[in-house]
Design a protein around this ligand. Sequence first.
Ligand code: GLU
Length: 469
Amino acid sequence: MTVRVRFAPSPTGMFHVGGARSALQNWIYAKQQGGVFVLRIEDTDAARNKPEWTEGILSALDWIGISRGSYEGPYFQSENAGEHRAAAARLYESGRAYYCDCTREDVQARTGSQHQGYDGYHRDRGLGPGPGHALRFRTPDEGATVVVDLIRGEPTFENKLIEDFVIARGDGSPVFLLANVVDDMTMGITHVIRAEEHLPNTPKQQLLWDALGVKPPVWAHVPVVVNEKRQKLSKRRDKVALEAYREEGYLAGAMRNYLMLLGWAPSGDREIVPWSVIEDEFRLDEVNPSPAFFDEKKLRAFNGEYIRALPVAEFVDACQPWLTGTGTIAPPPWQPEEFDADAFAAVAPLAQTRIAVLSEIVPNVDFLFLASPLIDEAAWTKTMKDGSAELLDDAVAAFEALESWDAESLKSTLEAVGAERGLKLGKTQAPVRVAVTGRTVGLPLFESLEVLGRERTLTRIRAARLRLT
Ligand code: GLU
């Protein structure tokens, strides 16, 4: 039997990191089993779907390595509507489903409870199809439904506690529960690997598989992803969109490595490992069923390590979208013609060791490309003290006299300027840094001045000096 898995997102919003995690797990499982990965877009909720969300899913999957053309699909659930209706009809004809026209109020009036499920009123009343008649599945009165789950063992659900649930609405349209089962069936899915949130649906879906006469798939419900307060990650509260991480400058490699650690770990005391190791070692049945903490701080640290591990030339390439502003990434504060690729290449190795996400490249190098630096006023006030004006005067004089404009000479020269005033280098360089870069923190100062050049450095220190009079 060929293993066939599917990833079945609904295109109703930005693509969620939890979804990306499930997609990767499906992807690796299929690969390990010599199986097939199917992508199915569950687009039957016409009111909430938008084509751009579908495109967002395809491009996000592509980014993390599930590339277009290397899987089966995408199929669209809406295209299978005929099959969904046919399955509903079969269930009705075989007596496994029946029509019901009860409103919620009717049920409440009979049961006296707002919370109790449907009471089976129409089970044997022989109501036929018609406008406003919903189709309900007749759940067995006895026995239990045992879900075979690779991660959770065999969760068992007593059938008498499962209400006769709706499978097609009053307008005849099949509901998600049924459409999802019918699609899995027609696509020959053997393993359903999906988020834990769907576990409550599973006994109902398994009953549908049984009623339709097809062996149900093996299930694997992967753990819910939570924030630091142990709340389920929510798009209203948490940063959940894969695209947001991409725009911030997370590397795809770091992201997918981190996502695979949600509920699982490679052997040894390692977390950052090559993708090939994850593909070898990942075991679906080793995934921990408890909620998985999505730790953004840890992801940041991960990303920093991935950035530092890049060959410099790749780092330079990876920074390009932030240096030029491409796609949805905001343009930098300088004009395209102000950018100097050689100057950037000269400071890139210094930046590479200091940033955790690629978007941080911009504030680190903007001083190189802007005609005058963007002065952070708070940094200015904090740094420019009594004596700063004179210190800048001395720095200008000493720098003007420099024969060789290189980092080492600049450093020893400024050190000497400070020493005359009894200042350590740190104190001496702070006003110079703010004058030249506009900030108190950044790349190593003297290398920065070397790349910026004599003329521009002196102009900036003089301008700052003027401001202090
Ligand atoms: N379309 C469902 C969702 O996005 C997935 C259902 C499934 O994987 O079975 O939550």
